[in-house]
Design a binder for this molecule. Structure first.
Ligand SMILES: Nc1ncnc2c1ncn2[C@@H]1O[C@H](COP(=O)(O)OP(=O)(O)OP(=O)(O)O)[C@@H](O)[C@H]1O
Ligand SMILES: [Mg+2]
Length: 325
């Protein structure tokens, strides 16, 4: 059953076309990742779905309510953890949650229990009565997560929920999110720049670039579609054209002294590939990751290192396509 339905959703700020017509259906209980480089339109899309930003055109339904016509009902259905921190730092952790509970009309008799439950979920019970300005960054992020979940939203939007957290806290934050999804069958729409986490967490991923969704699938299918294994060979003068012409090779990318070759069944073909490359210094074989998918599709690394890597990869692929290989 779909809980989010977006049709031709678009937003223009003056001359900037931040979102250029997005179509997307998300099912109940799904963890959906919206990935894209800086400025791709992720926060704007989430803002429109949470009714904070008014769309220029198109429509969106959340749990059957229209984001333009029924914003109040939509707001009751969604929780959000913003990209930028929004806690009231002169209140304690518990007071922040109490304020939110009142704003969202959580019945008085339920409030205390729900707040305690959330504080326990994010391991903040022992610091709940300290001012949040005395919290560490990770603790604040956890409290924001608890606040986003407090009113038991049907859909939770998480815009970079783990940005700036240490790896251990990131892992635990994902654990909280997963627990909550299982418990409440919450639908989660998240953005993140941590590709490994998106790959591990998300049922499906939409890659957004320049305001449009350019790929939509499960992480596994996306990675499989890259075509096999990646073999990285360090050598001073790899014969890029000859390698690209091999029938089982789908892409060749050069970065400095290393050439990365994407190919089917690498163990089977490795000997032939290496026989073509003079003066091999080292060879490494790995499975492609979501980051490789991202680089291929957007032409740049997720962290917006637009540099040589991404560009080179895409150009090489384009060249091979032209050749019909
Ligand atoms: N209020 C605004 N006024 C003008 N332009 C805006 C506004 N909000 C966003 N934009 C522009 O819209 C585009 C998309 O921005 P958005 O914040 O949605 O990107 P994002 O994908 O969330 O990026 P990031 O990964 O950096 O968070 C950018 O070019 C941005 O400058
Ligand atoms: Mg953003």
């Amino acid at each position: 059953m779909s809980i989010i339905e977006i049709r031709s959703l678009a937003k223009t700020f003056g001359k900037i076309q931040a979102v250029r017509g997005i179509d997307l259906t998300i099912s109940r209980g799904e963890i959906f990742g919206l990935l894209g480089p800086n400025g791709a339109g992720k926060t704007t899309t989430i803002g429109m779905l949470c009714t904070i930003i008014r769309p220029t055109s198109g429509s969106g339904l959340i749990a059957g309510f229209d984001i333009a016509k029924h914003p109040t009902q939509v707001r009751q259905k969604v929780g959000i953890v913003f990209q930028d921190p929004t806690l009231d730092t002169i209140l304690t952790g518990r007071e922040n949650l109490q304020l939110h509970a009142r704003l969202y009309g959580i019945p008085r008799r339920e409030r205390k229990a729900w707040i305690e439950e959330m504080l326990a979920l994010v391991d903040l019970r022992d610091r709940a009565d300290d001012l949040t300005k005395t919290y560490s960054g990770g603790m604040r992020r956890r409290l924001e997560l608890a606040r986003g979940l407090l009113h038991r939203p049907a859909v939770l939007f998480l815009d970079e929920p783990t940005l700036g957290l240490d790896p251990q806290t990131r892992a635990r934050t994902w654990e909280y999110i997963r627990k909550m999804v299982q418990k409440e069958e919450t639908t989660v729409v998240l953005t993140t720049h941590y590709m490994e986490e998106a790959q591990a967490m998300c049922d499906r991923i939409g890659i957004i670039d320049a305001g449009k969704i350019i790929a939509l699938d499960t992480p596994d299918n996306m990675v499989d579609a890259l075509g096999g294994d990646i073999v990285a060979v360090r050598a001073p003068a790899p014969p890029v054209e000859a390698l690209g012409a091999l029938p089982y090779v789908s892409a060749v990318q050069c970065a400095g002294e290393t050439v990365e070759i994407t190919m089917k069944s690498a163990p089977l073909h490795l000997a032939e590939v290496l026989s073509l490359i003079p003066d091999v210094a080292s060879v490494e074989m790995r499975k492609p990751t979501l980051n490789d998918v991202f680089i291929k599709l957007t032409g740049r690394d997720i962290r917006n290192e637009t540099a040589e890597n991404g560009g080179g990869w895409v150009e090489t692929i384009a060249r091979h396509r032209q050749k019909g290989t």
